[in-house]
Design a binder for this molecule. Structure first.
Ligand code: FAD
Length: 525
């Protein structure tokens, strides 16, 4: 707990400029935010405070393709990032046994859009002519690259450029250290390692300074709360309400463990493998030197012991050793704050909220938050309240969409092996907007009309991949439309197949490309 104190500052900040930014917290959220702000705003005084007593959470290994632009914008090279963060390429997710509890049940959610996505009704063509082929496998080449362990680019493809859209799997601990070094050495961010013990308020209710144990008071014009789940500034100091989503998404616990590969040259999966379990699911993330594996589950539906048993069985089944150390237990309450920007304090990262690791939305939300703060950095205190309202509106919308999208993975499951899956389909656990969309999607595929804001976290194509991957079958429209031209759709399916045929022999494996980058690096443009 931090102590909140009233301090008479007597300053009228309304017309003063915003120059001193204090970021409290040095996990992925703190350092990404510091990098994004410092790379753009050379005139700001940026200080980042991290506690010597409280480490970063140390999980969060899956990302979204936005991370490439973020890293490029911060000014790090892809070669250094891959070498120093033990990173590998991620081309989407493979969901196993989410529909039925059967070994042959799986579907892909790739990052590449369906071929001809905006030009034809591919869904009509798929249902009419190829209903037995999985949707993603028909409309996109990327699932086939993943199935063959291929990388999304060649050794000669320049840094951050893609043959197939991609993100990364990374070591969260190494990522924080890598960003810290770059921010401090190259971007002029001042690092203070100290523990925050109190918060001082000005007369107007703004935060005037944070009190540290060794360095005294640290004042600023704008404070970024990156203190993780404690949410020291926004949650504890300001008491901004936490909006729990446990009634929608039940998972609140995770067991995480690092699994060695059987051989130095074992293949590195090019996608996150997500396997449904009786009361949750297991993530399996392939890094160059190890796998990161974790079981996310609902403590209301199962015990830690049972969850650990399932995790160990999964690891053994997938070639991991029997004698692994005890997994690390993490607990969280799914949800987000009613506001993210309150007075002169913006929360980014776990301090703003967290739902669950499915689809790796947390780091993507950090990137979006940091980017909006960078682009809309208030010039004065007066401008801050206006921007805060916009920021809150943008991010309330985004958190709601993340919840809808994650819930979509559960509501269409046909699993009957536990209350967990039954409860997930109860109508009262499904957000109203998602219920409405599912009704519309009976007749029309998800489209830009469903997701019309700029920078949606998940595009409509992602909804199509999950919806149809989960076995949802729309009813074909009764009246003909020009865009339902089946031959045209078939042309795009042939294009996707031709691309698959060309790319499979031309692309190296994920491991081969990473080994190449370690030895020679990628070329820069
Ligand atoms: C099980 C699990 C799996 C996840 N998997 C993914 C994933 O695959 N993809 C994804 O995008 N996200 C994932 N996440 C979320 C991801 O881990 C976080 O969003 C990300 O790591 C950012 O965390 P953070 O920086 O907000 O908080 P933290 O890493 O907790 O950092 C908090 C910081 O605050 C500082 N601090 C705390 N108290 C004080 C104090 N009093 N004084 C000074 N400093 C203080 C600490 O020193 C630390 O530096 C996962 C989360 C969980 C729980």
């Amino acid at each position: 707990m931090v102590e909140s104190r009233q301090r008479r500052t007597g300053t009228d900040q309304a017309m003063t400029g915003i120059k001193r930014i204090v970021i409290v917290g040095g996990g992925s959220a703190g350092w990404l935010t510091a990098g994004v702000l410092a790379a753009e705003h050379r005139g700001l005084e940026l200080t980042l405070l991290e506690s010597p007593d409280v480490g970063p959470i140390g999980v969060g290994e899956g990302t979204w393709p936005t991370i490439r632009d973020t890293l490029r914008g911060i000014g790090v090279t892809e070669t250094d990032f891959i070498r120093e963060c033990d990173a590998s390429f991620k081309q989407g997710s493979k969901f196993q046994q989410w529909v039925r509890q059967r070994a042959d049940d799986y579907y892909f959610h790739p990052f590449v859009l369906p071929q001809g996505y905006t030009e034809a009704n591919l869904v009509a063509g798929w249902l009419a002519r190829h209903p037995d082929v999985p949707f993603a496998d028909l409309v996109c080449f990327q699932p086939h690259l993943c199935a063959h362990g291929k990388a999304p680019k060649q050794a000669v493809t320049p840094e951050y450029a893609a043959v197939a859209n991609y993100a990364y799997h990374l070591d969260a601990g190494k990522f924080g250290s890598f960003l810290r070094k770059h921010c401090v050495e190259n971007l002029g961010v001042r690092l203070i390692v100290d523990h925050v013990i109190g918060i001082d308020s000005s007369d107007n209710g703004d935060i005037a300074s944070v009190q540290t144990r060794e360095h005294g008071a640290l004042s600023g014009d704008l404070f970024v709360d990156c203190t993780g789940m404690q949410s020291l500034l926004l949650g504890q100091h300001y008491g901004v309400r936490f909006n729990s989503q446990k009634h929608v998404l039940f998972n609140d616990s995770a067991l995480a463990v690092q699994v060695p590969y059987p051989h130095d040259d074992s293949p590195i999966a090019s996608q996150t493998i997500s396997t449904a379990q009786s009361h949750g699911w297991i993530w399996d993330i392939g890094l160059p030197t190890r796998r990161g594996v974790g079981h996310v589950y609902s403590s209301a539906h199962t015990s830690d012991e049972a969850a650990e048993r399932e995790l160990r069985q999964y690891i053994e089944r997938t070639g991991g050793p029997r004698d692994l150390p005890s997994p690390r237990k993490l607990s969280f309450e799914p949800g987000y704050r009613d506001e993210f920007w309150h007075r002169n304090c913006v929360a980014i990262g776990l301090s703003a909220g967290f739902i669950e690791p499915l689809e790796a939305s947390a780091i993507a939300l950090i990137e979006l938050s940091a980017a909006m703060l960078r682009d809309q950095m208030p010039a004065t205190r007066e401008a801050m309240d206006i921007l805060a309202r916009r920021f809150n509106d943008a991010f309330s919308y985004r958190w709601e969409r993340v919840i809808d999208f994650l819930k979509l993975h559960y509501v269409l499951s046909q699993r009957t092996d536990s209350d967990f899956w039954h409860d997930n389909r109860r109508a009262e656990s499904i957000p109203e907007r998602l219920r409405e969309q599912l009704a519309l999607w009976r007749h029309l595929p998800p489209s830009r009309y469903d997701f019309h804001r700029i920078e949606e976290v998940f595009p409509s194509a992602s909804y199509q991949y999950v919806l149809y991957g989960m076995g949802f079958r729309p009813q074909p429209s009764r009246l003909p439309r020009r865009s339902d031209d089946l031959d045209r759709a078939d042309g795009f399916f042939r294009e996707a197949a031709a691309l698959t045929g060309r790319m499979l022999p031309a692309l190296p494996t994920n491991r081969a490309l990473i080994e190449h980058i370690k030895r020679h690096g990628l070329c820069r443009i």
